[in-house]
Design a protein around this ligand. Sequence first.
Ligand code: SAH
Length: 393
Amino acid sequence: MQKRVILKRGKEESLLRFHPWIFSGAIATIEGAPEEGEVVEVFTHEGKFIAVGHIQVGSIAVRVLSFKQEPIDENFWLKRLTVAYELRRSLGLTDRKDHNIFRLVHGEGDNLPGLVIDVYGHTAVMQAHSVGMHCDRMAIASALQKVMGSAITGIYYKSETTLPFKADIDRGNGYIIGGPCDDTPLEYGMKMPVDWISGQKTGLFIDQRENRALLERYSKGRSVLNMFCYTGGFSLAALRGGAKLVHSVDSSARAIELTVGGVEDNFPGDKRHAAFAEDAFKYLERMDPVYDLIILDPPAFAKHKDALKHALIGYRRLNQKAMEKIQPGGILFTFSCSQVVTKDQFRMAVFTAAAQAGRSVKILYQLHQPADHPINIFHPEGEYLKGLVLQVE
Ligand code: SAH
């Protein structure tokens, strides 16, 4: 029997606007007893085909792969990955000698909900956020090899922590094609420390690439504090931009180790840099007010809507502390990567921080995620990274 999902009457409205999620509350019946992660066709209550996607247990019950009645086979993956690769190529990210890191697939932004693929030199790191993408991982990997050819020699699958924890699947991390390769990941000429095996996410926050490039232009002669540094990308940019001193802070000792390694690789023996494994709030509390460029790039304070209020208080407190201590005329790069916090809510939290710190603040830039992390216009939830560059008088 065909595996089909039939919607409740009138519940196709968001799908007519190409939103790629179907919530469990919109479903009337499920036919053919599909297993979690299988491909299902979705029909309106009146029996009209509307979408095809991966079914999953949970509040998002179907993630739409196509609004056309087409088979989800190797040809489908080839088509989607080719479109994704061509976009990165047109952005100038794929064929440079001094740069070999980019995001090839950004979930809904590339019409592939639940899938992330990041490329580091000859290695692709693939991450499934849905059971369906997990089930189809080998077909996707094989299509990826065809699309990228000799440009990749290994595909590392890393979904242990991103798949729904209740799903009954074998979720081991490891190479599913090829093996390790010793080439150096490069971001605009900088050697980046990337540890996709034990690092966070796929090993690097690629999404801050253009913001790091902007920071580089502002760092000449400045004393820089890179708070929540992770692998130290902003610190490397500041050092190359001619900063007077750069201090990197992260609560993770492993992150500090990676940062120090990255600085040593790019600027051996450079005495301008120091790194501290410490809690951000404690450091901001105890530090001397010596910095005139501060970066605040914390982890997502709100992972769910319920945590929104606390998250906004967190952003307000963090920014207030930094604004109280930054040197007059200092520049603050401040970010939120929480998907549930909107641009306006984040800006309001920073506004309140400025008022409470009693400092006059100007917005110089409004930042966001880069073009290889595209936002599907029908899925505004995909706009997650927000940043402000402020001058604090
Ligand atoms: N700016 C980084 C990415 C930051 S990710 C880049 O460009 O790559 C967020 C980082 O915050 C993680 O490395 C995490 O270890 C760190 N972190 C989380 N909670 C923290 C805290 N309370 N104090 C300091 N660092 C923290």
